[in-house]
Ligand binder design. Structure first.
Ligand code: NDP
Length: 532
C-alpha cells in the first residue's frame, strides 16, 4: 500500500506533486489512495480518472480534472473529470429532451414514487461505501457522514411518499364551472451546492425536484465533487430515465455560471454563500426564472439567566463546534444574560478546551478538520481580525499542536469575547469553530442585538419561561427558531432564511412547491352560451 504522501515517488519522472490538473493526460502512472489500513481506490491517470456521464456517454473533461483532497491529511481522495460550459450545453439539451419526451413528467406522481423509493433504497444499500467516500471527500467525522448518507436516502423516500399522497387543489365552484390548481414542473432545474454537506444537500434538492417532474442538472462544489457522481450513478441504476439527472463536476465561475445563464434552464436552486447567491439571483432575475436560495447565516444563540444551564451549555457547544463550525446554521453569536455571563463563559471556555479534535475516522473525534488549507487560513484571518477589533481570544485561536493532525486543516475550538455586536467578526460569516460571546441585559436588548445582522437563517434560545420564549421567537427575524434545543431539523419542516439568508423554503411540502409552478384549469359546465 502506498501512502499518498509518497505520490511524488510513485509518480517518478513527473515534474511535481499534485494537483493532477497539471499532469498531462498522456502520462500514465498508477498509485493507490490509502488511509491507515484502509485502501480506498487505485487509480491510473488518466484511465482511472472518475469521469462524468451525460446520458449514456462518459466524459473525461478534455484533460481537465478536479482533485478532491482529504482534509484530514492533505492526501488525494479522488480525481474527477472537470466539466466545461460545452458539457453544460450537452447536459441541458439532453435534459430538455428527456423532460419533453420521456414519460417522467406525465407519469402519475405515485408512478414516479417507485423510482424515487428505489433511489433511496440503493443509497441505503451502499451506505458504508458512500460514508467512507464522503468522509475522505469532505473531512467530516465518519458518524456525521453516515447521517448525511442516511438523510440523503430519507429525502428520496420522503418525496416518494409525498408523491403517493399528492393532492391538487380543487376550488369551490362559484358558478357553472369548476376549477382546480395543478402543480406542474418547470422543466430543467439547475441545482448548485456547496461543500459542507455533500450528498445530503444534493438529495435535498434533487429528490423534490424530480418528484415534481423536473429534470435536474447538479453542479456540486469543486471541493467535494465525488458524491454527486455517485448519486447520478445510483439514479441511473435505479431506473431513472436517461437525462433526467446529470451531475457535472465543475467550477462555479464557468459551469455554475453557464447553467444559470442557459436559456434551457428554467429554475435554479442554489445553496451557498450570500454573495454567490446574489450574483446568481441577478442573472436569474434578468432571465425572469425563479430561484431558490439557501444562503449564509450568523445565527444568534441566546442563554437567559433562568435557563437550564447545563443543557444550554451542551447546546451551545454542539451548536458551534458541530461540523467544525462549517454549518450555515451554526450558533456563532452567543448572547448570555449579563447576570450569568462571566460564569457561563468561563465554563464554556473550559468545555471548549475539552472538545476532542481528531481525524475523521477516529471514533472519539468530536470535531474534524476544515475543508481546505485556504479555508483554514480564512478562519484564522477572522480570528486575527477579531483581535485587531479588540476581541480577547479566550481559547483556541490556532491550529492544534498534536503532530498526528499536522498534515490536515484542523483549527481549535475558539471563543472570543470583548467585541461589540457591530464588529466584523460578529457580523460576517466565518464558517469555522469560532464563537463570539456578547452579554445582554434584557429581552428587548437581546432581540435588538440578535436582529442586528443582515442574516436571518436561524436562532436558538435557552429559557424556562415559556411565554418569553414565544415572544422572543416571534420577534427574531430568522427562518428557524430553536427553543431549548439547537440544530434540530425535520425532513417535513420547512427550512430557509429571512433577509440575506435566502429566498424560498426547502424540505417538506414547501420543498416540493419550490420546484413546481401552478397551473389553474377551469372546466365550463354552463348550458347557455357565455354572455359578453
Ligand atoms: P459558494 O457560494 O462559494 O459556492 C457554492 C456553490 O456555488 C459551489 O458549487 C460553487 O462552485 C458555485 N458557484 C460559485 N460561483 C458561482 C457562480 N457565479 N454561478 C454559479 N455557481 C457558482 O459557497 P461555499 O461552497 O463556500 O459554501 C459555503 C457557504 O454555503 C456558506 O456561506 C454557507 O453558509 C452556505 N450554506 C448555506 C446553507 C443553507 O441551507 N442556507 C447550507 C450550507 C451552506 P465552486 O465550488 O467551483 O466555487
Amino acid at each position: 500500500m502506498v501512502p499518498v504522501r509518497e505520490l511524488d515517488l510513485v509518480l517518478s519522472g513527473l515534474p511535481g506533486p499534485l494537483p493532477w490538473s497539471n499532469i498531462t493526460p498522456s502520462l500514465s502512472a498508477e498509485f493507490c489512495v490509502s488511509k491507515g489500513q484502509q485502501r480506498i481506490m487505485t487509480m491510473t491517470t488518466p484511465a482511472n480518472l472518475t469521469s462524468f456521464s451525460i446520458g449514456s456517454q462518459q466524459f473525461d473533461g478534455a484533460g481537465q480534472t478536479i482533485t478532491s483532497i482529504y482534509p484530514g491529511d492533505g492526501s488525494v481522495a479522488g480525481v474527477v473529470a472537470r466539466a466545461t460550459p460545452a458539457d453544460v450545453d450537452r447536459a441541458v439539451a439532453l435534459a430538455q429532451d428527456a423532460y419533453r419526451h420521456q414519460p417522467w413528467r406525465k407519469l402519475r406522481p405515485d408512478q414516479r414514487a417507485t423510482t424515487l423509493y428505489e433511489i433511496g433504497r440503493r443509497i441505503s444499500v451502499e451506505r458504508d461505501a458512500l460514508t467512507t467516500m464522503q468522509m475522505f471527500d469532505s473531512g467530516k467525522p465518519r458518524k456525521e457522514c453516515q447521517n448525511m448518507v442516511d438523510n440523503a436516502a430519507s429525502y428520496f423516500r420522503y418525496y416518494a411518499a409525498i408523491c403517493e399522497t399528492w393532492q391538487n387543489e380543487m376550488t369551490s365552484p362559484r358558478g357553472d364551472y369548476f376549477s382546480m390548481s395543478l402543480a406542474e414542473p418547470f422543466g430543467v432545474v439547475a441545482a448548485i451546492t456547496p461543500w459542507n454537506s455533500p450528498i445530503m444537500a444534493e438529495a435535498q434538492k434533487a429528490a423534490p425536484a424530480l418528484a415534481a417532474g423536473n429534470a435536474v442538472i447538479l453542479k456540486p462544489s469543486e471541493e467535494t465533487p465525488m458524491l454527486a457522481l455517485e448519486l447520478a450513478r445510483i439514479c441511473t441504476e435505479a431506473g431513472l430515465p436517461e437525462g433526467l439527472f446529470t451531475a457535472l463536476p465543475g467550477y462555479g465561475e464557468d459551469v455554475g455560471a453557464a447553467l444559470v445563464a442557459h436559456p434551457g434552464v428554467r429554475m435554479v436552486s442554489f445553496t451557498g454563500g450570500t454573495e454567490t447567491g446574489r450574483a446568481i439571483a441577478t442573472v436569474a432575475g434578468k432571465r425572469l426564472i425563479p430561484v431558490g436560495l439557501e444562503l449564509g447565516g450568523k445565527s444568534p444563540h441566546i442563554v437567559f439567566e433562568e435557563a437550564d444551564l447545563p443543557m444550554a451549555m451542551a447546546g451551545v457547544i454542539s451548536g458551534i463546534y458541530g461540523s467544525a463550525g462549517q454549518s450555515c446554521v451554526a450558533g456563532t453569536r452567543l448572547f448570555v444574560q449579563r447576570s450569568i455571563y462571566r460564569e457561563f463563559v468561563d465554563e464554556l471556555v473550559a468545555r471548549s478546551r475539552q472538545v476532542k479534535v481528531g481525524l475523521p475516522d477516529d471514533p472519539a473525534a468530536q470535531m474534524g478538520p476544515l475543508i481546505s488549507r485556504a479555508h483554514r487560513d480564512r478562519v484564522a484571518g477572522y480570528v486575527d481580525l477579531a483581535r485587531s477589533e479588540g476581541g480577547r481570544v479566550l481559547c483556541g485561536g490556532s491550529a492544534p499542536d498534536d503532530p498526528a493532525l499536522a498534515q490536515g486543516w484542523f483549527y481549535l475550538p475558539t471563543v472570543i469575547d470583548g467585541l461589540q455586536n457591530s464588529a466584523r467578526a460578529c457580523q460576517e460569516e466565518i464558517f469555522g469553530p469560532v464563537l463570539v460571546t456578547i452579554p445582554f441585559d434584557d429581552e428587548a436588548d437581546v432581540i435588538a442585538q440578535a436582529n442586528d445582522t443582515v442574516y436571518g437563517l436561524a436562532a436558538g434560545m435557552w429559557t424556562r419561561d415559556v411565554a418569553k420564549a414565544w415572544r422572543v421567537a416571534r420577534e427574531i427575524e430568522a427562518g428557524s427558531i430553536w427553543i431549548n434545543t439547537y440544530k434540530q431539523s425535520h425532513i417535513a419542516t420547512a427550512f430557509g432564511g429571512f433577509k440575506d439568508s435566502g429566498i424560498g423554503r426547502e424540505k417538506g411540502l414547501h420543498g416540493l412547491r419550490l420546484y413546481s409552478q401552478v397551473k389553474s384549469v377551469f372546466f365550463g359546465l354552463q348550458d347557455k352560451p357565455l354572455g359578453l
